[in-house]
Design a protein around this ligand. Structure first.
Ligand code: SF4
Length: 211
């Protein structure tokens, strides 16, 4: 076992314990391939599924698997125009399983997320029967106070490049506290417990995934 793997096992175990104390259904796996196997076991064939914007689902192969034909899929990328996109956002709130990552997880098990549109966070808070969060070790922060700077100075500049957003963080690599039309920071949500218990399921992966 490498030093990184040993460290991830210890830190991952600590975070999983703290997530479980808060009612999350949480598990640690070492690799993306194992995360995909977990998803296969957790989601029955024929389930209605959707997802929020996330690089992690692409990097783990989970998005491709969800679209492989076993499930009924609501994919806003397949929507044709603003009306269909809006309809897809609304339908996603009634899914059996909604997939996303998280922008940050504190060591004591709080999920912290920032959204521009809010559809992903609306689903996280209420609607889908189950939420499955897949997150790499790079999302772990020591405290809630460290979460927002991590999101706005690391995740947001990268997402600005990915999404072509004309924001200060795109130009400088750090947050300029913007109110521009392209801002990705409208809603900040800290999720300190899963209610109902077990509705939010977390698969923590011992790799660096997404932003
Ligand atoms: S507030 Fe604006 S500049 Fe700051 S991270 Fe969000 S989008 Fe980027």
């Amino acid at each position: 076992m490498t030093p990184r793997e040993a460290f991830n096992n210890i830190l991952g175990g600590e975070v999983i314990n703290n997530l479980e104390k808060r009612g999350f259904d949480a598990r640690y796996v070492s690799t993306s391939a194992e995360a995909l196997e977990q998803v296969k076991k957790m989601v029955p064939d024929g389930s209605l599924v959707s997802w929020g914007g996330t690089m992690t689902l692409e990097e783990t192969g989970i998005k491709e698997y969800l679209k492989s034909g076993k499930y009924d899929v609501i994919d806003r990328a397949a929507a044709n125009g603003p009306d269909e996109i809006r309809e897809a956002y609304h339908k996603a709130l009634n899914t059996d399983y909604y997939f996303m990552s998280t922008n940050a997880i504190t060591r004591d098990g709080i999920l912290v997320n920032i959204d521009g549109n809010g559809n992903r966070l609306a689903a996280l808070i209420y609607g889908p029967e189950n939420i499955i969060i897949v997150a790499g070790m790079n999302k772990i922060v020591n405290t809630e106070e460290e979460a927002v700077p991590r999101i706005q100075n690391t995740a947001s500049p990268l997402n600005a490049h990915r999404l072509g957003r004309q924001t200060p963080c795109l130009l400088t690599g750090s947050c300029g506290d913007c109110l521009s039309p392209d801002s990705m920071c409208s809603h900040t949500v800290a999720t300190r417990r899963s209610h109902p218990k077990g509705r939010i399921k977390v698969i923590l992966v011992g790799e660096s995934l997404g932003y």
